[in-house]
Design a binder for this molecule. Structure first.
Ligand SMILES: Nc1ncnc2c1ncn2[C@@H]1O[C@H](COP(=O)(O)OP(=O)(O)OP(=O)(O)O)[C@@H](O)[C@H]1O
Length: 228
């Protein structure tokens, strides 16, 4: 089930050899259940850090992150990433090349019975428009088809929240535009709360209900998207 996301005055810092770098300051946003939010901003402003903090890959030094009724992060609470019920479609999260499409999509369902897993994989492959692709291998698919399989894999365990980090940046212009609209429709059909990060303003407006503009680790605007 999708859930509302709330970030309240979140701070995240990185500690490196040259000392502390504050990547997010006093970062707050509210995203209602079933809505799609998009973060825009120049390179290095902290977009990926927001997603990493929500996913549980970075601890927060101040503030809190809440998903539905669950407190996920605060300076004293840190729920492990695999316990957060958050799905991810990141550019670097490629498909497993040695597994066929059905096994890729069913990967997060390994604890379910074979029959339940098979039914859910079929449902998801139909949802992403690739009902026949189960026995094929990732290298036999186009880049856009691979990204749709990655989306099916992330949606399969029915996460409370989906995070998408520049999911279309490796694709050419026409494929990218088509896939942006397809992914939006799939997320809407699933009633999925989602946060997308992109550099592309047009893509952000095509996909999102709410647009956040970031600058230097801060959210400078959070407004309703203007649908084309
Ligand atoms: N592991 C790390 N250690 C130290 N600093 C980091 C680390 N990861 C990111 N940063 C710094 O934190 C800031 C925010 O990085 P982040 O990757 O969140 O930006 P971004 O907006 O997603 O950028 P891009 O659009 O280029 O992906 C940058 O100044 C970056 O150099």
């Amino acid at each position: 089930m999708s859930a509302a996301l709330s970030l309240d005055a979140v701070g995240v810092s990185y500690h490196g050899p040259r000392g502390k770098h504050v990547a997010l300051h006093d970062f707050s946003l509210e995203l209602p259940a079933g809505h799609i939010g998009c973060l825009l901003g120049p390179s290095g402003c902290g977009k990926t850090t927001v997603l990493r903090a929500i996913a549980g890959f970075e601890p927060v030094s101040s503030g809190s992150i809440q998903l539905g009724d669950h407190l996920l992060s605060s300076p004293v609470v840190h729920v492990a990433p695999e316990k957060r019920r958050v799905g991810m479609m990141f550019q670097e999260y490629a498909l497993f090349p040695h597994l066929d499409v059905a096994s890729n999509v069913g990967f997060g369902l390994r604890r379910q019975s074979a029959a339940v897993r098979r039914a859910r994989v079929s449902e998801l492959l139909a949802l992403v428009g690739l009902p026949e692709a189960g026995p094929r291998y990732p290298h036999e698919l186009s880049g856009g088809q691979q990204q749709r399989v990655a989306l099916a894999r992330a949606l399969a365990p029915a996460p409370d929240l989906m995070l998408l980090d520049e999911p279309f940046s490796n694709l050419d212009g026409a494929t990218r535009e088509r896939l942006t609209l397809q992914v939006r429709d799939i997320l809407r059909a699933a009633g999925q709360t989602a946060v997308l990060v992109t550099h592309h303003e047009v893509e952000a407006h095509a996909m999102a209900d709410h647009i956040g503009v970031m600058h230097n680790g801060r959210l400078t605007r959070w407004s309703d998207a203007v649908q084309a």
